[in-house]
Structures are given as structure tokens and as C-alpha cells.
Design a protein around this ligand. Structure first.
Ligand code: PLP
Length: 359
């Protein structure tokens, strides 16, 4: 027998209460049975996103949310800024290209946080830029970008929206959408929301809805206006992922019971414990600035292949962490402390790394 421990930055472990809720018999999504589920989810998501706007839920992975955030607010030829500090920043450029949107890249050295002044300069020089697209937590490097400062800049501009991929940040750290003036805030089910993969969530400000009226990029399934019109009537545009919605209701209930401040404090503590534990072995953290509280990217020590550390953790101890992506393959391994995580997960991770390195 080998016990399995899931410590990868998504999918993350799902609490038994949520698994149990999702095993309930199927119900019809256009029957009165589903209305309480929708109402619970609507209220819970607004609480989690800290917004008075509707949070739209689509069946798809996080990338569906990223794609919708370009196709619903831009027209071919429009200019946006894409902050690219890792694998997920790079994705903005790829999606923009697919829709004929002109992305101005703000390259950020992997491991660094974006220089907000560079974004501000570009916006000053070119008032026709319609959006700033950025990750809150870049999962490939384990770095935060300074969303609050970016929001202070874009809030002053009537024609420029701030789009934040908070896929490994929402439910980890405080990102109050309305208070900061974020225009489009995205997350996915399989991270801090403690659910299986399969749902993307997108909240949209009034400013972004105004842009939506003239946005001409092609869209059909991911038409957010259609989703909004439906959710306002406690309905869905298409067949929703019924079981995931039921699980989501349970996960939100658990999060509400814990409270936002406690959730953020728990993540802060687990992240700090992981970083200190890792540094205790003389290893270093890949993030040079603003390490994310969602996950820690650890630099593989001299003479060790990061992929091998990842493989040995799995094969010898049943611990699934994650390796490095693209240019970081073999150079780092990543440990998640996001979602349904507590001190024993961190003890497991740190002890596992210690045993693997000692062997
Ligand atoms: N953005 C970030 C920051 C992520 O961490 C991920 C997934 O790990 C994605 C986007 C893409 O999400 P998905 O793989 O669910 O499409």
C-alpha cells in the first residue's frame, strides 16, 4: 500500500464533503430543483470575488476564462498590453494572436514581478490601448504581480480595462475586485476553490460591459453577455456541469464558514512555512520578488535534476508535486499550498524533499 499525496498547483485535493455533494443523483438544470443551487453559487461567488457584479460560470478549464476575456471585450486590430512573466503570461499573446488582437508584450524575466512603471509608460504613450492583461500569480514561476498598483492606473482610464487571471490567486490572497477597480477577474475550479477541473469563472465590471457592446471578436459558446442575461434569471445559457455546480455550492459554503481573512492567513502561513523549510536545507526559492502564497517554485540544487526530484517524490513517497515548465524544466520543482491544504501537507512536502535529497 502506498498513500498518495497531491501537492501539485492544480488540480488540488478535493475535500470529502465536496466529493460527497457531487455524488448526489442527477437533477434537471431547467427544473426547480436546480434553482437553489444556482442561487447559492451566485451569492457565494460574489462573496468570494468581493464584487456586486454577477460572476459568470462556464464549463471549461481556466483557459476558457482567459479566452473569453479577450474575445468578449476586444475587436480584431485592437491593442492590448500583455504582461508576460511565464508560461501563463505567454498564453495571452497566443490567444490575442488567434483573435487578431494586437498584443504589446511587456516581457518580464521569469522569477521577477512586473515593473508597473513600464505598463504605465506604455499606457501614457498610447491612449488607444484597450486592455492590460496580467496574471495575479504566475504559476510557472511562483511570483505575484502587483495587481493593486496596476488597478490604480487603469481605474483612471475610461477606455482601458484591467483583466486579471487570478486562477492561482483568488481564494489564496485578498483581491477585492470592486474595491481595487479590477474590470475582469478570472479563476478556475481546480485550484483554491477545491473542486475538480472543469469550470472557469469570470466577473465583469460596468466598464468592461461597456467595451463588450462594441467588441467584434468572434464568439459563440463563450458569449459572456448571454451568460449574464441567463444568470440574472437564475438560469444558464447551455447545459451547466450540474454535479460541479453542486460541489461548488458545498465548497463555497466551506469557504464562507472559514471566512476570507482566515483563508488568506492560512495560505500566508503555509507558504511561509514552505519557504522557510526549503531554505532550511540551503535550497533557494525561484521567485526573486513577491513569492506567491499559492505555490513555491524551488530551484533544484547543484547536481540534482528538478525532474528527477519530482519523479522520486512520486515514485518513492507517493507525493505528486510538479516539475518546471518550458525553460524551467529540470531547473525547478513546484510545491502547492493552495486550497484544501493544512500544515500536515507542508510537513509531508518538506519531509519528502529532505528524504529525496538525502538518498
Ligand atoms: N493561468 C494560470 C495562472 C494557471 O495557473 C493556469 C493553470 O495552471 C491557467 C491559466 C490555465 O488553466 P487551465 O489549465 O485550467 O486551462
Amino acid at each position: 500500500m502506498k498513500k498518495q499525496y497531491l501537492l501539485a498547483p492544480g488540480p488540488t485535493p478535493v475535500p470529502p464533503e465536496v466529493l460527497l455533494a457531487m455524488s448526489a443523483p442527477m437533477i434537471h438544470h431547467r427544473s426547480p430543483d436546480f434553482i437553489p443551487v444556482i442561487q447559492k453559487v451566485r451569492t457565494g461567488l460574489k462573496w468570494l470575488f468581493q464584487t456586486s457584479q454577477e460572476v459568470l460560470t462556464v464549463a471549461g478549464s481556466g483557459t476558457a476564462g482567459m479566452e473569453a476575456s479577450i474575445s468578449n471585450f476586444m475587436s480584431p486590430g485592437d491593442k492590448i498590453i500583455a504582461v508576460n512573466g511565464g508560461k501563463f503570461g505567454e498564453r495571452w499573446l497566443k490567444i490575442a494572436k488567434a483573435f487578431g488582437v494586437n498584443a504589446i508584450e511587456v516581457p518580464v524575466t521569469w522569477g521577477d514581478s512586473v515593473d508597473v512603471a513600464k505598463v504605465e509608460d506604455l499606457l501614457k504613450k498610447d491612449p488607444s490601448i484597450k486592455g492590460v492583461y496580467v496574471q495575479a500569480s504566475e504559476t510557472s514561476t511562483g511570483v505575484w504581480h502587483d495587481i493593486k498598483s496596476l488597478a490604480q492606473i487603469t481605474s483612471r482610464l475610461s477606455g482601458t480595462i484591467l483583466v486579471v487571471d487570478a486562477i492561482t490567486a483568488l481564494g489564496v490572497v485578498d483581491i477585492p475586485m470592486d474595491a481595487w477597480g479590477i474590470d475582469v477577474l478570472i479563476t478556475g475550479s481546480q485550484k483554491a476553490l477545491m473542486l475538480p477541473p472543469g469550470l472557469a469563472f469570470i466577473a465583469v465590471s460596468e466598464k468592461a460591459w461597456t467595451l463588450n457592446q462594441s467588441a467584434k471578436c468572434a464568439r459563440f459558446y463563450l458569449d459572456l453577455k448571454r451568460e449574464k442575461d441567463n444568470i440574472l434569471k437564475d438560469s444558464n445559457a447551455w447545459t451547466p456541469a450540474v454535479s460541479l455546480w453542486i460541489g461548488l455550492g458545498k465548497a463555497l459554503e466551506m469557504m464562507q464558514k472559514e471566512g476570507l481573512e482566515n483563508i488568506f492567513a492560512r495560505h500566508r502561513m503555509l507558504a511561509q512555512a514552505t519557504r522557510e523549510g526549503i531554505k532550511g536545507f540551503g535550497l533557494s526559492i525561484f521567485a526573486r520578488q513577491s513569492p506567491s502564497d499559492a505555490l513555491t517554485a524551488v530551484v533544484a540544487p547543484e547536481g540534482f535534476d528538478g525532474e528527477l526530484i519530482y519523479k522520486n517524490l512520486r515514485n518513492q513517497y507517493g507525493i505528486t508535486a510538479a516539475g518546471g515548465q518550458d525553460q524551467l524544466k529540470g531547473k525547478v520543482f513546484r510545491i502547492s499550498h493552495m486550497g484544501y491544504a493544512d500544515v500536515f501537507d507542508i510537513i509531508t512536502a518538506i519531509s519528502g524533499v529532505e528524504m529525496v535529497l538525502a538518498r
